[in-house]
Design a protein around this ligand. Sequence first.
Ligand code: ZN
Length: 364
Amino acid sequence: MDISCTNCEQIYPPDGLPYRCPTCGGLYDFRNPLPFDPTQVDRSQPGIWRYRHTFGLFPDFEPVSLGEGSTPLLWAEVFGRKIAFKCEFLNPSGSFKDRGSVVIAAWLQSRDISEAVEDSSGNAGASFAAYAARAGIKARVFVPESTSGPKRRQIEAYGAELVSIPGARTAVAEVVRAVADGGTAYASHAYLPFNLPGYATAAYEIFEQLGNKMPGAVVLPVGQGGLLLGLARGFDSLRIASNLRNNTLKIIGVQARACAPLWATFKAGNAVIGSIAEDRTLAEGVRVRYPLRRDTVLRVVAASHGSICVADENEILPGRDALARLGFYVEPTSAIVWSALAQTIQNLPDPVVVVLTGSGYKYG
Ligand SMILES: [Zn+2]
């Protein structure tokens, strides 16, 4: 499974863990669709490890696991429709990030890397800290000062060193890049592509949980867009493997209006890039001013005839409460899907799947 620079096409090196191309600074990505093959799905394995053949890891390598994946898909009636909720907040560290972090940790282990840094608004950091603890990797996690208390405590409890950076999320990324450029491995969930096949496993699970059917629409929060890309690739590979010619899956991403670069670009094109705000929002997990794979994410959304929408700040907590009344206790970042549903449900074909990304325990 080839990984190469998306700019100069240099192949990912066999040693070390460069987070971007050392020659041109470009992003690494997989060259080809994920090699999902139903005959290679190993049902004796738990969770995401049933789909290990899509991860690009050495076959004889034994990765750590905390039981990630196999999350429930639960139905509820909302806005007059039956909607399926994929409960990703039930993953081991409380967010979907675990599907990706465990694969990143495996790459680190397989290259004998014993120390790494990561930056995060909280969930990816907590998730990485969990798998680093499990794998015996020394982790240092950089977070913005605004990261909520439970996420900070979770990162520290796993034994990672927490470094709090004043200012916006963008400032954190700059600091950690400087550390990484000094030689420490950067286990970045935003730069590295290794986590995308991990996120794609949620697509395989949804397909199976719908009775081997594609969803009509998937609604999810978007920050960097990693989950969106992973899911889209997972569904694409399923379509190829199942010989499904029609692509009717609509992808609906939602951002907080306080920081909505994907929405702004989707609506108005590249002209808006210089004027994107990065204001405070309860949806801290999607506060990403410069999504690294922005163009790829927007291309995928447009090709699906989907859209990117925004939630206003005053809609977030009511959305959280509405989901909790259905029994789903999620954090504010996840709750922006409620506003997205209200805006788009009329135009979404069944079955509609909403991804609930992070636990309500993360907030407070
Ligand atoms: Zn390059």
